[in-house]
Design a protein around this ligand. Structure first.
Ligand SMILES: [Zn+2]
Length: 127
């Protein structure tokens, strides 16, 4: 059960914590980590399986390892799929960056070759 109080301050709302990979068109969240809004307007993160809380999302993620019994829900599987898609996007981006680098190198070679031909033509035309 997620914490209902953090250091004596009541939790007034909670939602699945958004992943740093989350984008408006492709939301990714951690269903087992809750983002908690406290009565004093501060926010913290809480484990969905126990009352552990920490202001650092990463520490709650690390804490989840202490729950070997944690069940992979349909929602978290979907979040995993979204994360995979993001990885695929990253790979595609890396490939297109590689292609652009190759194209840039080809253009550089052509520019250098033309520069040399131009220099040769200048020398030929020089008095
Ligand atoms: Zn926990």
């Amino acid at each position: 059960m997620t914490a209902t109080h953090v250091n004596g301050v009541a939790v007034i709302a909670d939602e699945a914590a958004p992943s740093p990979l989350s984008r408006p068109d492709r939301p990714v969240s951690f269903p087992q980590i809750r983002r908690l809004l406290l009565e004093d307007d501060s926010e913290t993160y809480g484990c969905a399986l126990c009352e552990h809380t920490d202001p650092a999302l990463g520490k709650v993620r690390y804490h989840l390892r202490s729950h070997p019994e944690r069940v992979v829900s349909r929602r978290s599987r979907r979040a995993d799929v979204s994360a995979d898609v993001s990885v695929r996007d990253l790979v595609a981006l890396a490939r297109s960056a590689e292609r652009l680098r190759k194209e840039r190198d080809e253009w550089r070679q052509r520019a250098l070759k033309l520069q040399r031909q131009l220099a040769t033509a200048h020398r030929a035309l020089a008095p």
